[in-house]
Design a protein around this ligand. Structure first.
Ligand code: UD1
Ligand code: CA
Length: 449
């Protein structure tokens, strides 16, 4: 089976400079939701029909997707005709770039019915109390499919039909290919309707959708927000049913590709996106945002931001930390209040608990980074590296001017500015000597100054 996704529409009602299918739900573009659902069905190939500003959509598509262009939007049938070379004698499932709520499990049932009945086409339908706007499924008294009538072309009598066309349909590829050659735009909208194809075929089946919300399309930003709500709920409930505690699902946002282990607790106002993986027994949040991170077991992250970082087991982060791209925290590392890290590897058991910036640094094991330590990694033109060995103690308010190398077992006095490499086992002090003038204040006072 192949999957063809129609995504040429401009989406006028989005009132956007960008194609509709590029708008995002939980940080993932609509068209990519549909592509990922299609992938779950293991098709031999996935094709996408693009139109309005398609070159922008192309950039966000995963590799291996066949791309076709529909220059003018002359209807759903015309969109499929634009991908004619994609069609062969394999079955072809038609999906839509603006209808991301459809599930692989529903589509599998549609495909099963199609195969079991050896149909030429099988249409996913729904029964609606208010069918206005949708194409209606016309059947004979025995329930045998006759045709689909678009709302714009329906008679008063046909408008009363409650079974509607969801748009999702699977065809025998060769039958579709032949029928498209005969398709004419003889209707009130002057469009080539894909819905005119089934009546040209002999054996057409229908499969009724159980949960109509799966067929909801997105035409404006209110529908975009509603769809996000539904998809978010689905993801959170699935996680909860699989052993993740989410204390307040109303304020937690988790993307579709996030994986979370058993007995991890997600606290309120937490946002987890991208390809993030979180292990077991972690505590995440409240008020935390994580994107594309690999997180081990028993990790605690409180009120922090983490992006493209790796956190091994038993790490603790926050409150108010910011882990930026390229951060690696090995086991039992503690990153505390107001600490920022970037492209920095921190060895096992090391700590940076307060008010620190660590950038372009490699830090060994059991290191203590004192409060207010700064790696001065940028000279205005280039970034430079800081190396810190094992068991180093960096006194508070130290500036490490990179490039600089601090070997194992070094102790740096508080308030130092370190500009030179420090050999193993040394004490380094890089600050002005203190001057104390005894009784200076009292003497001044006596003179009445
Ligand atoms: C379509 C169906 C209708 C069904 C409804 C369900 C047809 C003729 N009608 O109507 O029976 O009840 O969906 O929502 O198929 N598209 C293109 N190129 C085009 C036209 C459309 O790529 O030239 C894409 C759109 O981007 C959209 C989808 O196809 O994603 C559906 O098109 P739309 O015009 O919204 O069809 P409806 O009128 O809603
Ligand atoms: Ca539509």
């Amino acid at each position: 089976m192949k999957v063809l996704i129609l995504a040429a529409g401009l989406g006028k009602r989005m009132k956007s400079k960008y194609p509709k299918v590029m708008h995002k739900i939980l940080e993932k573009e609509l068209v990519n939701w549909v592509i990922d659902t299609a992938k779950e069905l293991n098709p031999t190939e996935i094709g996408v029909v693009l139109g309005y500003k398609g070159e922008l959509v192309e950039k966000i598509l995963p590799e291996g997707i066949k791309i076709y262009y529909q220059k003018e939007q002359l209807g759903t049938g015309h969109a499929v005709m634009s991908a004619e070379e994609f069609l062969n004698d394999e079955d072809i499932l038609i999906l839509y770039g603006d209808t991301p709520l459809i599930t692989a499990s529903t589509l599998s049932k549609l495909i099963d019915k199609h195969k079991n009945t050896n149909a030429d086409a099988t249409i996913l339908t729904a029964i609606l109390d208010n069918p206005a706007g949708y194409g209606r499924i016309v059947k004979d008294e025995n329930g045998k499919f006759i045709n689909i009538v678009e709302d714009a072309d329906a008679s008063e009598e046909e408008k009363k039909i409650k079974e509607i066309n969801s748009g999702f349909v699977i065809f025998k590829g060769d039958k579709l290919k032949n029928a498209l050659k005969e398709l004419k735009p003889n209707n009130n909208q002057g469009e080539y309707y894909l819905t005119d194809v089934p009546k040209m075929l002999e054996n057409v089946e229908t499969y009724v959708l159980e949960d109509f919300s799966e067929a909801l399309g997105i035409n404006n930003r209110i529908q975009l927000a509603n769809a996000e709500k539904i998809l978010r709920k689905r993801i959170l409930e699935n996680l909860m049913l699989n052993g993740v505690t989410i204390t307040d699902p109303d304020t937690v946002y988790i993307g579709p590709d996030v994986k979370i282990g058993q007995d991890t607790i997600i606290y309120p106002m937490t946002f987890i996106y991208g390809k993030t993986e979180i292990g077991e027994d972690c505590e995440i949040g409240p008020m935390t945002r994580i994107n594309n991170c690999q997180i081990g077991n028993n990790v605690k992250i409180l009120r922090s931001e983490c992006e493209d970082a790796i956190l091994k087991d038993n790490v603790s982060v926050g409150p108010y930390s910011r882990l930026r791209t390229g951060t690696v925290l090995n086991e039992k590392v503690k990153i505390g209040n107001y600490v920022e890290t970037k492209k920095t590897i921190v060895g096992k058991g090391s700590k940076a608990q307060h008010l620190t910036y660590l950038g372009d640094a490699t830090i060994g094991e059991d290191v203590n980074i004192g409060a207010g330590t700064i790696t001065c990694n940028y000279d205005g033109k280039n970034k430079h590296k800081t190396f810190i060995g094992d068991r180093v103690f960096v006194g508070s308010n130290t500036a490490l001017v990179a490039p600089v190398k601090i070997e194992n077992d070094v102790l740096i006095g508080a308030g130092s500015t370190i500009t030179e490499d420090i050999p193993e086992g040394s004490l380094a002090l890089g600050r002005a000597r203190q001057v104390t003038k005894e009784n200076w204040v009292f003497n001044k006072r006596e003179k009445g100054e």
